[in-house]
Write a new protein. Structure first.
Length: 103
């Protein structure tokens, strides 16, 4: 797992909790990759921000990025279908914790 992305997500989450503030935005979503069922997860940006995310779940773990208004892969090892949780930091400094399902 990319330790830089993971540390960035943890640090940003800690800062957000400590300050008690957040930036309102649509945030990223997580969804299975229809071209690689059970083996991949996509991170999708629903707004003008790009996102760096770490994901973990019963089916595996990975890291990935999503461009503004687009999708990117969460590269890692996913052994099959199952729920996943993510921690994402946006290009605007926002922090999100999306959940989804690896298919």
């Amino acid at each position: 797992m990319n330790t830089f992305v993971l540390r960035t997500v943890i640090a940003a989450a800690s800062i957000t909790v400590a300050l008690g503030t957040g930036v309102a935005s649509a945030g990223p979503t997580l969804h299975g990759d229809p071209h690689n069922p059970g083996t991949q997860l996509n991170v999708h940006s629903n707004d003008q921000n790009s996102y760096s995310c770490g994901t973990i779940g019963v089916a595996g773990a990975g890291v990935g990025t999503a461009p503004p208004n687009g999708s990117g892969q969460s590269n890692g090892v996913y052994f099959g279908s199952g729920p996943v949780q993510g921690g994402c930091v946006g290009s605007d400094g926002s922090v999100h914790f999306p959940s989804g399902h690896a298919h």
